[in-house]
Design a protein around this ligand. Structure first.
Ligand SMILES: [Mn+2]
Length: 465
């Protein structure tokens, strides 16, 4: 293929025609922020085209049970890695817009089955385009540039900017569509979570990739800000990262680099700037100081809906509801935070984090499997940042097995370790399955094999971390 990208664009022209002529459409999309955004982009597109459709958000393990029931079925942010025999052999039309590594090779379009996946065109779907991005490229063929901001959100939700601190490739082009319309502002910033909503000293205290004196210590954060002569309030109100001048941000940046350089082994030092800075994306039509204004915070809010199985709330907010759906989302986010805090407290009160040679783990008896990853990530800052941390919990519905979630400092990933690939291999060795990102991934493991899994993983990490 000479012009991989332009060939993919021709594929979108075919997808355009499939959608344009459809009268009865079903969308299946993935349950994470990317999948929800992808679903919202497709649903908005079909709304604009006045095409009847239904949308359902599903987990990967449900795909094989699905049957074609509609004239056109669209899969977004999933299905490339799953068996779709029931669909490939039926007359019902199928369109797949996915970015995960594909099982099937590039298909010759026969008029009814079209799989569009960047990997087929030499484009890396792990950081150059998300599921929402693929959905936006379809929307764009109809001229719906105004949906581009969701393409940005989906990429951030999928951590596609974590490679070198900014969106790249097709993601960057989607971002530029959004910037041109004045929907998104992109700027180089400190990469500290809570830009819009967290008081500065609180946001700083969550810095947890490497344990610093300020980590989980608000007093130390206050002292640090005083030392840097950065006021924490203005007109009686707490300042957020968003309120800081460039000069103030620069001072925090230098101080964090200094603190981190003292803390990390030499081989990590070159990665420190990436740990504390990167591009931030601001949604200009959203209210200031709300989670929707910042792409990272928005993605957390969407995930809170998803993890509580209230996909419709996120979908409605994404599609523009800033009244009842937004209220529901805020309420859910509060409940979600409370639940996380309680469970964190539970793990920490008896120091339930166990240490092996190369990794640490805890058993989250009863912690909902949907949030075990979030809690594992939060606990990283209380453990030893040099070792990945693994959370284990029962799977809430169906299957008998244990859900395993792994989180680690981004420094380990910058150093070249891809835990997603690693966990996949180890899980398969004990009869489970797994995968994911380099710093955030997971697996399902048979209950009787958990000890074996931990031991094999620990051994596999010898000399690696
Ligand atoms: Mn995705």
């Amino acid at each position: 293929m000479k012009h991989p990208k332009s060939t993919m664009m021709k594929g979108f022209d075919k997808a355009h025609n499939m959608v344009k002529n459809a009268e009865d459409v079903k969308i299946y999309s993935h349950i994470d922020c990317d999948g929800l955004s992808a679903g919202a982009i497709l649903s908005s597109t079909l709304d604009e085209l006045e095409i009847d459709h239904e949308i359902e958000f599903i987990s990967l393990d449900r795909i094989e049970d699905l049957r074609p029931e509609n004239e056109l079925t669209i899969f977004s942010d999933l299905a490339s890695g799953q068996n779709l025999d029931k669909f490939t052999t039926s007359n019902s039309k199928v369109l797949i817009l996915d970015h995960h590594p594909p099982l099937r090779s590039h298909n010759q379009f026969n008029g009814s089955f079209l799989e569009l996946n960047p990997h087929h065109y030499g484009i890396d779907g792990s950081y150059q385009i998300s599921g929402g991005g693929m959905s936006y490229l379809l929307a764009k063929t109809f001229g719906f540039y105004k949906l581009s901001w969701m393409g940005v959100l989906s990429a951030v939700g999928d951590m596609q900017d974590s490679h070198n601190g900014k969106l790249q490739g097709l993601n960057q082009e989607i971002l530029q569509d959004a910037v041109k319309l004045g929907l998104v502002n992109s700027s180089y910033d400190l990469s500290i979570y809570g830009r819009q909503t967290r008081p500065l000293f609180v946001a700083l205290s969550y810095f947890g990739d490497v344990n610093l004196p300020i980590t989980n210590n608000r007093n130390e954060c206050m002292l640090l800000l005083r030392k840097l002569e950065i006021p924490t309030t203005k007109d009686g109100k707490q300042r957020t990262l968003y309120d800081l001048s460039m000069d103030e941000k620069q001072r925090i940046f230098s101080e964090l680099v200094r603190l981190l350089s003292r803390e990390v082994p030499h081989r990590y030092v070159k990665h420190i700037p990436k740990l504390v800075s990167g591009d931030a994306y601001e949604f200009l039509n959203e209210k200031l100081y709300t989670p929707l204004r910042d792409a990272s915070e928005f993605s957390t809010a969407v995930n809170a809906c998803s993890r509580n199985k209230r996909h419709e709330i996120a979908l409605n907010v994404l599609k523009g509801d800033r009244e009842s759906a937004l209220k529901d989302m805020e309420k859910l986010a509060r409940q979600h935070r409370r639940y996380l805090a309680q469970k964190m407290e539970w793990v920490r009160e008896e120091d339930r984090i166990n240490k092996l040679d190369n990794l640490q783990y805890f058993e989250g008896n009863g912690i909902k499997s949907e949030v075990i990853g979030t809690i594992t990530g939060m606990l990283l800052s209380y453990g030893d940042w040099r070792k990945p941390i693994i959370g284990l919990t029962d799977i809430s519905d169906q299957k008998d097995g244990i859900k395993v979630s792994l989180r680690c400092s981004r420094l380990l990933a910058y150093d070249g370790i891809h835990f997603g690939n690693m966990i996949k291999k180890v899980a398969e060795k004990v009869g489970g399955s797994g995968g994911g990102h380099s710093v955030a991934c997971g697996a399902y493991v048979p209950e009787s094999k958990v000890g074996d899994f931990l031991q094999k993983f620990d051994t596999a990490l010898n000399g690696v971390v």
